[in-house]
Design a protein around this ligand. Sequence first.
Ligand code: ZN
Length: 212
Amino acid sequence: MLYEEKRKELIETARKMERYGLIRLSGGNISLRIDDHVLVTPTAMSYDTMLPEDIVVLDLKGQVIDGKRRPTSDLKAILYILNHMDVNAVIHTHQPKALALSLVCDVLPMISTTMLEEVKGQVNVAPFTISSDEGMGIQTVEYAGDSLCVILKNHGVMAYGKDLDQALSAALYLEESCETYLLALGAHKPITVLTKEQIEEEAKPRGYYGQP
Ligand SMILES: [Zn+2]
């Protein structure tokens, strides 16, 4: 089987997405580019029971290389992202706190050091666009900025990165940051966000965090 280990990694990442509350049942999707091929989760299949053979392998134009299942319904948007951004993994979720934020805000400012580390930049809320349409991909590219996530208004999130771990981590810490920001908004007091100078200082490598 082509890319058997990577197929398993896709399914494991999808199950983590569900475990962490970023999606329910078959919601969202995951994609991973390997050279000129893209592995994607199938449409409308529960991640609980998904098998490596359920993953669909396509080329970057959307032509199926291997797989019997119908690929995710957001395929056009995902291909647009992979063809226009320097990323390999794309995770689409319907995570509730980011979605809640999209109903009341146009941007999640840089609120914490963790957000800077894991999400990389302030996260923009892209205007509503029809689901399962290339527009979701076009909006993601347009609103990405420096960040590893874009929130799609009234829909969910596109998180992306060099690999599945980076994209999942960005989606998770976006969710945590949205929860914190919404809590702060509820206090109805002026909100303190990181300044440009603080972000620059914090982003400097200091070489301690993480295991050697
Ligand atoms: Zn969706």
